[in-house]
Design a protein around this ligand. Structure first.
Ligand code: AHG
Ligand code: MN
Ligand code: MN
Length: 334
């Protein structure tokens, strides 16, 4: 039997890869793991607890209806970041503006975290996989001062680390610090994330496509062309079709494609002319992981991680997955 490697041991071992590391990033990643264990516990029991399922009764800054678990997860992570001491400020999909932590320890923190506390909100009440997505940057402002907007609006290529936690049939944490991608499964009996998917590689191509095809008539022609030419069976029936798999939780669709090979597409549409997914909380972190695993993430026209962010809640068209499939989809866009 091989030795069980816990996430904590793994993070500590990897710290040596960064010669000047002071341990703050390691502590931050450990804090994220702890917060996600708490959220995982809440997700697992949500149907039994009062005030855990259903809508909160407000819409967030994105104009989307907040679910109670969106707010619970958001508070849990923010509390961990505020008290951990490594983070000087955060921005979350659920809050109108970024937050600069004003206690003295946090003001000295080196990092900012941008995150989607609960991705796939529409799946919460129906027991379908949901997740948390996070992105970590080094602050640009001086340590000891309050974090500012420039700290939040950094390009994806500046990410120090990114990851997600999937509350699926098991809870998994997948992350990268720019040296490959590793996945850890939460062992509920010992309460630890244990290395289960070392050095994850996204297959270069695959046979799964994920898109909300209800939107097919309100997006540009090239999308229809890609779906019909590459993904679906022709009337003559010569090509073997891909399988359409759309969970509606980006993080879960992404995770499946990372393991099996596939493409996820959320293009701009007539109703969402900038696309739907958020550059800072969803696209950049998953783009970093995709690239680190050998995949690709673009807007259909350019590399996601090179976009200079202009707004906190900026949305973009998003094409992510197996390299060859994303390239084929891009070739259909004029
Ligand atoms: P969130 O729950 O964080 O608001 O994100 C939902 C996102 C993404 O997870 C999912 O793939 C997509 O929105 C689904 O959108 P449609 O319902 O328009 O297909
Ligand atoms: Mn989301
Ligand atoms: Mn969300």
């Amino acid at each position: 039997m091989s030795k069980v490697v816990t996430l904590h041991e793994f993070i500590m071992d990897r710290q040596a890869d960064f010669p000047y590391a002071t341990g703050e990033l390691s502590r931050l990643l450990s804090d994220i793991a702890i917060a996600s264990k708490i959220v995982s516990k809440d997700v697992r029991r949500a149907g039994l607890l009062e005030n855990f399922l259903g809508a909160q009764g407000n819409t967030n800054v994105q104009g989307e209806e907040q679910q109670k678990l969106d707010v619970i997860a958001d508070r849990q992570f923010i509390n961990m970041f505020r008290t951990g001491g490594e983070v000087c400020g955060i921005a979350s999909e659920e809050n109108d503006d970024y937050m600069a932590f004003d206690n003295e320890t946090s003001k000295k923190g080196k990092y900012v975290v941008l995150f989607d506390p609960l991705d796939g909100s529409s799946n919460i009440d129906v027991n379908v996989s949901i997740g948390t997505i996070f992105s970590i940057y080094r602050r640009k402002s001086e340590a000891g001062t309050l974090a500012n907007l420039d700290d939040m609006l950094q390009k994806g290529t500046d990410q120090v680390a990114a990851g997600y936690v999937l509350y699926g049939s098991s809870t998994m944490l997948v992350y990268t610090t720019g040296k490959g991608v590793n996945g850890f499964t939460l062992d509920p009996y010992i309460g630890e994330f244990c290395l289960s998917h070392p050095n994850m590689q996204m297959p270069e191509s695959g046979r799964i496509y994920a898109m909300n095809e209800g939107n097919i008539n309100i997006c540009e022609e090239g999308i229809k062309e890609y779906i019909q030419t590459y993904c679906q069976q022709t009337l003559e029936g010569h090509n073997r079709p891909y399988s359409g798999r759309y969970i509606g939780s980006l993080v879960a669709d992404f995770h499946r494609n990372l393991i099996k090979g596939g493409i996820y597409i959320y293009p701009d549409t007539i109703t969402d002319p900038e696309g739907k997914l958020r550059l800072l909380y969803e696209c950049n972190p998953l783009a970093f992981i995709a690239e680190q695993a050998g995949g690709l993430a673009t807007t259909g026209r350019k590399r996601v991680m090179e976009i200079e962010p202009e707004r906190l809640h900026q949305r973009i068209p998003f094409f992510v997955g197996s390299k060859k499939m994303v390239e084929e989809a891009m070739s259909c866009l004029k």
